[in-house]
Design a protein around this ligand. Structure first.
Ligand code: SF4
Length: 498
């Protein structure tokens, strides 16, 4: 009797989950089924997670974003944890990982599953270590017990650090930042203490049997992901990736869904290589990346350093992006950090979708641009990725209601609002006249190699011509009087400033 979405897809069944996903993704249900059957996409949907609105993770679908929540030793309140879940979903997380390591983990996890419309992921190793007391005291029995309990609780996907093997550990010796994955460092410590192979690798088939029963999706952990630009794409990272490829096929053979986790810290010139290699080694299993951060130099801004890498990874085919907040490397994120991290990652994901021409992705950009050009401020706010942030930025300087109809904002001001000037020119037919009459080659702009600034703003042209004359009279270069302080707008720049 098939229980997993993968098994049902292979049997030719389009499940209700696949139908719902087809609706959400503007796709044919049969296409969804094929992608799942081929292991190219996963539907993390534990059979016990009743409040779930099904979603899909795969490179042919819209790029998804995960947010991490969870308590620590010092904060362990169930209401607080549910509030974090709410914040993450409210700001657009497609999945949420509960990485709690504090107390009351069971009740918090159950409450999260019970209330969450998005898939819940966990790292069962954390709870197992907490119960064991130390990494060295872990046993395979305890690991299986925790995994089975979490599967019964309705967890939709679990990070399993089974790919780091004893023989990989010496490969990390020359690294600048060693092993930075929490799960990876725990597994390494256990292997060194016991002189045995990774316990999660040892019981991998038993884990598959549990996942099969509850339709839990593997998120195969990248224990040896690089923690610095210097360590990116090294032998250790790629040796583990080869094992992850083998584990992917072993899970598929048993009817279990799989996605594979990826780095970490990777310079821009190696991001495509990372995605291509994972797709090749893991036969197209969805790639779920953390960032990657494209530089190490900006603690406090790592939601930005990593969103750059995440956008590039999404364009190359990564299926899900695990968000990074401004607190990365520095501390536990608060609500504002969660919001900033999610915004950065939803931008990265959407940019990837636009670049990959995913169905419907560009429609959002077009709708917002139309509202912007129409000076429909309320529509622009409501279409914004973060409507509250957009409106509050606008209202900071022009809060009164009448400015919601205004044909300008405080950035360029009423006289120099380029969109207003442009629209007036179009309405007055000046653009058509310009097309017929403008001779760019003989214009003053050509003499100083500048675009014809504000060509449909008579005053601006007059000022520009006066400026240009004074420039050419003083040997036509970059006199200070011609620099940007004449406020003709952003196009009023000397060539050297471009
Ligand atoms: S004033 Fe400038 S920024 Fe504001 S709407 Fe007009 S063109 Fe856009």
């Amino acid at each position: 009797m098939p229980t997993t979405q993968l098994q049902m897809a292979r049997n030719g069944t389009v499940t209700p989950e696949m139908r719902r996903i087809a609706e959400r993704e503007n796709r044919d249900p049969e296409f969804v089924r094929e992608q799942v059957a081929d292991g190219q996409a996963v539907i993390p949907a534990n059979t016990s997670h009743e409040t779930l609105d099904p979603m899909i993770i795969g490179r042919e679908f819209s790029t998804k974003v995960n947010a991490n929540i969870g308590n620590s030793e010092t904060t362990s309140d169930i209401e607080e944890e549910l509030e974090k879940l709410h914040t993450a979903v409210h700001h657009g997380a497609d999945t949420v990982m509960d990485l709690g390591t504090g107390s009351d983990l069971d009740r918090i996890r159950e409450a999260n599953v019970e209330h969450s419309p998005v898939p819940i992921g966990t790292v069962p190793l954390y709870e197992a270590v907490k119960r064991a007391g130390s990494p060295e005291d872990l046993t395979t029995e305890l690991l299986l017990e925790v995994i089975e309990k979490q599967a019964e609780q309705g967890v939709d996907y679990m990070t399993i650090h089974a790919g780091v093997l004893a023989e990989h550990l010496p490969l990390t010796e020359g690294r600048k930042t060693g092993i930075v994955s929490r799960g990876g460092s725990i597994m390494a410590k256990w292997m060194e203490a016991h002189g045995e192979q990774n316990p999660l690798f040892q019981v991998y088939d038993e884990i598959c049997a549990i996942f099969l029963e509850h339709d839990v999706t593997f998120s195969l952990g990248d224990s040896l992901r690089p923690g610095s630009i210097a360590d990116a794409c090294d032998e250790a990272q790629y040796a583990e990736l080869d094992t992850l490829g083998e584990l992917t096929r072993r899970a598929w053979d048993r009817g279990v869904q799989v996605m594979v986790e990826g780095p970490g810290h990777v310079p821009m010139d190696k991001i495509a290589e990372n995605v291509e290699r994972q797709q090749e080694v893991c036969d197209g299993a969805p790639f779920y990346v953390l960032g990657p951060l494209v530089t190490d130099i900006a603690p406090g801004y790592d939601h930005i350093t990593s969103a750059i890498g995440a956008a590039m990874a999404a364009k190359e085919g990564a299926a899900m992006l695990c968000y990074v907040t401004p607190k990365e490397h520095l501390g536990l994120p608060d609500e504002a950090d969660v919001r900033d991290g999610l915004a950065a990652y939803r931008i990265a994901a959407h940019a990837g979708d636009v670049g990959n021409d995913r169905p419907g992705a560009r429609d959002w950009d077009d709708a917002l641009s139309e509202a912007r050009y129409a000076f429909d401020w309320r529509e622009q706010f409501s279409l914004a990725l973060d409507p509250e942030r957009a409106q509050s930025a606008h209202d900071q300087t022009l809060p009164e209601d009448n400015y919601k109809e205004a044909r300008f904002c405080s950035m360029c001001g009423v006289d120099f609002c380029s969109m207003r000037i442009d629209q007036d020119a179009r309405e007055d037919g000046e653009m058509k006249d310009l097309e017929r009459n403008t001779d760019l080659e003989s214009s003053p702009a050509a003499e100083v190699n500048l675009p014809p600034v504000g060509t449909h703003d008579a005053d601006a042209v007059e000022r520009f011509e006066a400026d240009a004359e004074s420039v050419t009279a003083t040997d036509g270069g970059e006199s200070d009087s011609h620099r940007t302080d004449s406020s003709v707008g952003s196009r009023d720049r000397t060539p050297s400033e471009d």
